[in-house]
Design a protein around this ligand. Structure first.
Ligand SMILES: [Cu+2]
Length: 141
C-alpha cells in the first residue's frame, strides 16, 4: 500500500515539472521563428533560407529526398540547448551533433542562434556532402 502511494507522488511531481517547463518554454518558441529548409537530394544539401539573425529562435527543417540514408550534422549546435523532433518524438539536448535521416524522412531542429559566422554542416556517411549557413551578427529587432 505504501509503495503505491509513493509512486503516485512521483507522477504528480513529474506532471508539475513538465507543466512549469512547458509554460516557461512557450514564449521562446512561439515568437517569430526563422526557418531554414534543408533538402537532401542527389547527395547534396539544398538550402532555402532568408536572412538569418542572431538570438532568434531558429528552426531547421531537414528532409531526405534520397533513397539513401544521410546525416545532417554540424558543430553549430555545440553547447546550445537544441530540440530535435523526428518521427513524432521530441528530444531535448545540449551538444546535439546532428540527426540521421533514413530515406524520405524528415526532422526538425530548434535552437537559438547565438554564434555569428559561417556554420558548416555535413553528412558523416558521405564525407564529400557539405553545406553551410552564414549568420550575420545583426541584432534582432
Ligand atoms: Cu549522405
Amino acid at each position: 500500500m505504501k509503495q503505491g502511494r509513493r509512486s503516485l507522488g512521483w507522477v504528480i511531481v513529474l506532471g508539475v515539472t513538465w507543466a512549469i517547463w512547458g509554460v516557461s518554454a512557450l514564449p521562446l518558441w512561439s515568437q517569430s521563428e526563422q526557418v531554414i529548409e534543408v533538402t537532401i537530394k542527389d547527395f547534396k544539401f539544398v538550402t532555402k533560407q532568408g536572412p538569418l539573425r542572431l538570438g532568434v529562435p531558429t528552426v531547421i527543417k531537414v528532409k531526405n529526398d534520397d533513397a539513401e540514408r544521410h546525416d545532417f550534422g554540424s558543430t553549430m549546435f555545440e553547447g546550445i540547448p537544441t530540440q530535435v523532433e523526428r518521427d513524432g518524438v521530441v528530444v531535448y539536448g545540449r551538444g546535439v551533433g546532428g540527426v540521421f535521416l533514413d530515406s524520405k524522412r524528415d526532422a526538425v531542429l530548434r535552437f537559438n542562434m547565438s554564434r555569428p559566422g559561417r556554420h558548416e554542416f555535413r553528412c558523416s556517411i558521405h564525407p564529400n556532402m557539405k553545406g553551410e549557413l552564414l549568420l550575420l551578427s545583426v541584432e534582432a529587432v
